[in-house]
Write a protein of this length. Structure first.
Length: 339
């Protein structure tokens, strides 16, 4: 994505804004210079190489100041989308050493305001602003009205919704990835039975994520009697499955897509996401045509008496890795200055 092409038509306010999408490995920073709401000057920095977000921001702003020269101004407002649950002032990233106080970081950076939100809340806020070039759809494209949801198999499994109100779009953050995963046939029941020997609770994330793919692969091998060697990491399972050199890895990917379809249908029913269901995260874009040829869509619709409810709901893959920055900017725009 060229983030500079995405416009949010922000209301006038104190500019510039600083936006960030912070994961366990990398932090992406962007800049909103004026009321058009355009996110630009996107830069990715290593999380392990910085002591915390303030240090990473200073690196980013130092490089940006060199780029902009006399036109550089210190940011006035900021929004961080982080891969962690947000509850109060203290933020501890799930998969990194960053542990910080929102108030302390705001003061250290001299910001008038700093919004810190879950990364999938930011991703949900981006959905109404996505362009066709940022999506690959199963048939018709989602329509930004009513209620939308996003499901993201990455390192974990993120889930969030967004609903349209008279006062604008409101994100519905949650921890849906930890909901219990349900089988649809005897094969999947056997898979889950195998996994339950090792885990008391088999959540959707337990199988439908980067940490879950090796677990799913092991279960597929056990149930089908495929030869097993040492456990494979997610990246290798994907590579082997796509290349056709490993039948068990291929079946793992096909099972992954089928289970994801069933889970996505459950989320759509729960939220009433009739405007569209989006798939984000880092895993599915790597599957390419296999995902679109898989049972995902059929399983999404396979809800018995409510199949007719799900059939008109569009599903789309988000192909742009920077859209959370757009969502972070939307969060600033929707928050009254000085709050």
């Amino acid at each position: 994505m060229n983030a500079g092409l995405v416009q949010l038509h922000a209301d006038p306010g104190a500019f510039p804004w600083l936006v960030a999408d912070i994961g366990g490995t990398n932090a992406r920073f962007g800049w909103v210079g004026g009321a058009a709401g355009t996110v630009e000057h996107v830069r990715k920095l290593s999380v392990p190489q910085h002591a915390g977000p303030a240090e990473a921001v200073r690196t980013y702003l130092g490089e940006l100041a060199d780029t902009l020269g006399n036109s550089f101004q210190a940011p006035r407002r900021g929004a961080f989308a982080v891969a962690s649950t947000i509850a109060g002032d203290r933020v501890a990233l799930t998969n990194s050493h960053w542990d910080f106080s929102t108030a302390d970081v705001r003061a250290e950076l001299g910001l008038d305001d700093l919004v810190v939100m879950n990364d999938f809340e930011a991703l949900a806020l981006s959905l109404p602003h996505l362009q066709a070039s940022q999506l690959r759809c199963h048939g018709a494209a989602p329509q930004p009205h009513g209620t939308l949801c996003v499901i993201g198999p990455g390192t974990g499994l993120g889930v969030a919704g967004i609903t349209e109100t008279a006062r604008g779009w409101v994100a519905l953050p949650g921890e849906g990835g930890h909901a219990t995963l349900a089988p649809i046939d005897d094969f999947e029941a056997d898979l889950l039975s195998h996994v339950r020997r090792h885990y008391d609770h088999v959540s959707a994330e337990r199988l439908l994520s980067g940490i879950g793919l090796p677990v799913l692969h092991g279960a597929v091998a056990a149930v089908t009697g495929a030869p097993t060697g040492s456990a494979l990491p997610a990246e290798e399972i994907v590579a082997r499955g796509l290349s056709g050199q490993d039948a068990c890895c291929r079946q793992t990917l096909e099972t992954f897509c089928a289970l994801l379809g069933s889970f996505a249908g459950n989320v759509a029913l729960t939220l009433g996401a009739r405007g569209g269901v989006y798939i984000g995260g880092g895993i599915v874009p790597r599957l390419g045509d296999l995902f679109f040829a898989s049972a995902f869509r059929a399983r999404f619709e396979a809800k018995g008496r409510f199949s007719s409810y799900l059939q008109p709901i569009p599903t789309a893959l988000i192909t742009d890795t920077l859209v959370a920055l757009t969502g972070a900017a939307a969060a600033i725009r929707q928050r009254p200055a000085g709050r």
